[in-house]
Write a protein that binds this ligand. Structure first.
Ligand code: ME8
Length: 526
């Protein structure tokens, strides 16, 4: 059976990861967990991009000698892995562009394309931006500044190998037009179509003479050259899926369901990569999900600008799920978002301390107080909370529809409005403390409902905040592992037919609540 194959970009190892990279990881992790929960088999791949000029430069700056770059990158990769571990990123495979299997695949792809006549040699005269790894023509860079990052360009006048991409322009345009969900969200799709409408594609330079830069993969047809960083890196998506090595794995994984990227590398993924695949004769990925940038004081957070925030600092200070929640909920997928600790604290206090934390804490406190922590059986006369019960049934499908385009903000928004906030309102309106005082038998029903609501909240939150969701599940006295629960498949752990959740009754009467410390204590800002 085809697996859902999700990828992140392969990050450059010239510096440690920051919040921008963390965001892409968290989105991919949430998508993968969401799909698993819905009953699909998944494969989530991430990794590092380790060749090229800027990595070589970083290695030299760190005191490593020419030819010793691999030892330098080996010192950086563990930091990426450690950060992903702290962020609870459950990937299946960590791909490095220095892996032998990947390098072999790149060489083989180069050979195939060279033999097909898709790669040729010519003298290149023009401009080059080292930080962006991008070539620019005279007309594109009239002021000698990179049109993308506005930094100084380097003049180049050298022989190189080029990949013929110009001949695929119309086929690509047609593919994008015929497949409206190929590039998401729409604003990014329009950006690519606008670029293809207004520019004639220039053939892509894919090599560097070794005399200038040797930290790359040697071309199989010319040992004086190594391949250009993008040509190397993009192939990871198929090499990691077993292309040319493991046919069975490749058939299970390809085409990828979603390449998740930031808007900075949209053109590489939505123009160059599909054309490479067309030239090789491989199907195109289904979706390219493109998010915006995290911005600090109006500027893109980036290694080269030096305005980065380390995710590990945030996690150590506020906890992993509070950090995941902020990144996933504070910005609409596809658009830029502003990061600041003040905004973080504001959102933490409002959504996590006040809404979610409070809901869990006061429900469980009342359970202990009124029922000694044992979930009561529902009385025969129970009226049940009809609204929420019927909402629960269609909930997974509703969330899946919204989250299909990566919009975690809207997805979490639904969970908050329809569940967390509504449940708090239910507590206010039904006032269990009054019912208890009046010895009203409706108290049992209200508390029973609240417990079922909490169980569903834990399940709905699991892809986004796995630790919190596990914690709530455990406090409800549930012994199963929440990560193994499927909304819809044939296994024993499945809790319903595909796409439907059996709303009420996940926590059985008699379950013993084990309340622990408040989930998200309020942060008092200085
Ligand atoms: O581009 N806001 O690597 P890279 C949001 N090696 N996301 C951000 C971000 C920000 N301020 N800064 C970085 C490369 N990102 C290539 C990719 S793929 C075959 C090769 C995230 O280390 C975002 O996902 O510069 C962006 O696309 C990626 O990191 C760029 O990482």
């Amino acid at each position: 059976m085809k697996k859902i194959y999700i990828t992140t970009p392969l990050y450059y190892v010239n510096a440690f990861p920051h919040i921008g990279h963390a965001y892409t990881q968290i989105i991919c992790d949430a998508i993968t967990r969401f799909k698993k929960q819905a009953g699909y088999d998944t494969f989530f791949m991430t990794g590092t991009d380790e060749h090229g000029e800027k990595i070589e430069k970083a290695a030299m700056e760190a005191g490593f000698k020419n030819g010793d770059e691999k030892n330098f990158v080996d010192t950086i990769v563990p930091r990426f892995k450690k950060t992903w571990e702290k962020l609870d990123i459950e990937y299946d495979y960590f791909m490095r562009t220095t892996d032998e299997a990947h390098e072999n695949t790149v060489r083989e792809v180069l050979r195939i394309l060279y033999e097909k006549g898709k790669i040729y040699k010519k003298v290149y005269k023009g401009w080059f931006c080292t930080p962006c790894e991008a070539f620019w023509s005279e007309s594109q860079a009239s002021d000698n500044l990179c049109p993308d990052c506005k930094r100084n360009l380097e003049r180049l006048d050298e022989e190189n190998y080029f990949f013929k991409i110009s001949e695929y322009q119309d086929t690509l345009k047609k593919h994008i037009k015929d497949n409206p969900s190929f590039i998401l969200p729409e604003i990014r799709r329009n950006e690519v179509l606008g670029f293809l409408d207004n520019n004639r594609l220039q053939d892509l330079c894919i090599s560097r003479p070794k005399s200038r830069m040797s930290w790359g993969i040697e071309l199989p047809f010319d040992k004086n050259f190594v391949t250009y960083v993008w040509f190397d890196a993009l192939i990871n998506y198929i090499s990691g899926a077993g292309f040319l090595g493991d046919r069975k794995k490749f058939d299970e994984l390809w085409p990828a369901d979603s390449h998740v990227i930031g808007k900075d590398i949209l053109r590489h993924h939505a123009v160059y990569w599909p054309i490479m695949l067309m030239a090789i004769g491989v199907a195109l990925p289904k979706h390219i999900l493109t998010h915006g940038w995290w911005v600090i004081a109006g500027e893109k957070m980036s290694k080269s600008k030096g305005n980065i925030v380390d995710p590990i600092t945030m996690i150590d200070k506020y906890g992993v799920d509070a950090f995941r929640y902020f990144l996933l909920s504070a910005v609409e997928f596809g658009y830029d978002g502003t990061f600041s600790e003040e905004l973080f604290i504001e959102k933490y206090n409002a959504d996590l301390a006040n809404d979610l934390g409070n809901l869990v804490n006061r429900t469980l406190t009342m359970m202990e107080k009124y029922f000694g922590g044992v979930v009561p059986a529902l009385p025969d006369t129970a009226y049940e909370e009809k609204d929420m019960k019927s909402d629960a049934e269609g909930m997974q499908v509703q969330l899946a529809t919204v989250f299909a385009e990566g919009n975690s903000q809207a997805t979490l928004g639904i969970i908050w409005e329809k569940w967390v906030k509504k449940a708090n309102k239910y507590i206010e309106e039904s006032a269990p403390w009054k019912l208890a005082k009046e010895n009203d038998k409706k108290l049992k029903e209200v508390m029973y409902n609240l417990i079922q609501i909490l169980a569903l909240v834990a399940l709905f939150l699991y892809p986004f905040m796995p630790k919190t969701s596990r914690n709530i599940w455990k406090q409800l006295g549930m012994e199963s592992d929440i990560s193994g629960i499927r909304f819809s498949d044939d296994s024993e752990k499945s809790i319903s037919a595909r796409g439907r959740v059996p709303a009420w009754g996940l926590v059985p009467a008699g379950a013993k609540i084990s309340k622990s410390n408040p989930l998200f204590p309020r942060i008092i800002s200085k």
